[in-house]
Ligand binder design. Structure first.
Ligand code: FAD
Length: 177
C-alpha cells in the first residue's frame, strides 16, 4: 500500500537571511523523490547520506550502508512510501510496560483520522488488493492506495500461495492489527 500527501503546501517567507550551506537542489519534480516505482534509484545519489557502519563482527566484519535522506523532508524523500499500520501487539506493548491507555484499539481512530483510502479497483481486487473498512479512514489528508504497477505482478499471488502452503493464513488487510 502506498501513501502520498493529498494536499501539500510549502511556504517560503520573504527574508533577508543568508545561509552558508544548503544541501542538495530545490527540484520539486525530482524523480529520485517522486517516482515511487523506482525505489532504490536514490541510493548513493546526492540525497542519500549512505552512512557506513563500523565493521560488523557477526557478519564477517562486513561494513553496512545505512540509508538516510539528505534533503528537506528527510528520509521520506528516499523511502518506499509503503504505508501500513503497526501491529496490535507492537502498540499494546506500550501499555504492558506501564503506559495506561496506549493500545492499538485506542490508536485506530487516529490512524483513520489521518488517511483517506483509495478503494481498490476491480482489477486491483482480483490482483490481491483488499481492505477492511473498519480499519481505514475515509476523509483524512493522506491518500493511501495501491499502484497499478505494484499490483500488475504475479509475485503477490505466488507469495500468498507459498505462505498458505506453509500454513500461514492470508490476512486480507494488514492495517487491521
Ligand atoms: C531506504 C529506506 C526505505 C524506507 N521505506 C519506508 C517505507 O516504505 N515506509 C515507511 O513508513 N517508512 C520507510 N522508511 C522509514 C522512514 O522513512 C523513516 O523512519 C522516517 O523518514 C524517519 O523520519 P525522521 O524524521 O525520524 O528522520 P529523517 O526523516 O531522516 O530526518 C532527519 C533529518 O535530519 C537531517 N540531518 C541529518 N544530519 C543532520 C545534521 N548534522 N545537520 C542538519 N540536519 C541533519 C536530515 O537531512 C533529515 O532531513 C524507510 C527508510 C529507509 C532508510
Amino acid at each position: 500500500m502506498l501513501a502520498r500527501i493529498h494536499f501539500f503546501s510549502l511556504v517560503f517567507a520573504a527574508s533577508t537571511t543568508s545561509y552558508d550551506y544548503i544541501i542538495g537542489q530545490f527540484r520539486p519534480q525530482n524523480p529520485l523523490v517522486h517516482n515511487t516505482s523506482a525505489y532504490g534509484t536514490a541510493f548513493v545519489s546526492i540525497i542519500d547520506y549512505a552512512y557506513q557502519s563500523a565493521p560488523q563482527t557477526y557478519v564477517g566484519n562486513k561494513v553496512e550502508t545505512m540509508r538516510a535522506g539528505k534533503a528537506l523532508g528527510g528520509t521520506t524523500t528516499i523511502n518506499g512510501m509503503s504505508y501500513t499500520h503497526a501491529e496490535e501487539i507492537q502498540i499494546d506493548a506500550w501499555q504492558w510496560i506501564g503506559n495506561q491507555g496506549w493500545t492499538w484499539q485506542n490508536l485506530v481512530p487516529y490512524y483513520k483520522k489521518g488517511e483517506i483510502i483509495q478503494v481498490p479497483t476491480p482489477a486491483q481486487y482480483s490482483a490481491g488488493a483488499n481492505y477492511n473498512s473498519l480499519y481505514n479512514g475515509k476523509s483524512g489528508p493522506l491518500l493511501v492506495g495501491w499502484t497499478w504497477d505494484i499490483q500488475n505482478s504475479t509475485v503477490h499471488a505466488e507469495l500468498r500461495s507459498t505462505y498458505e502452503h506453509l500454513g500461514i493464513l492470508y490476512l486480507p488487510d494488514v492495517n487491521g492489527g
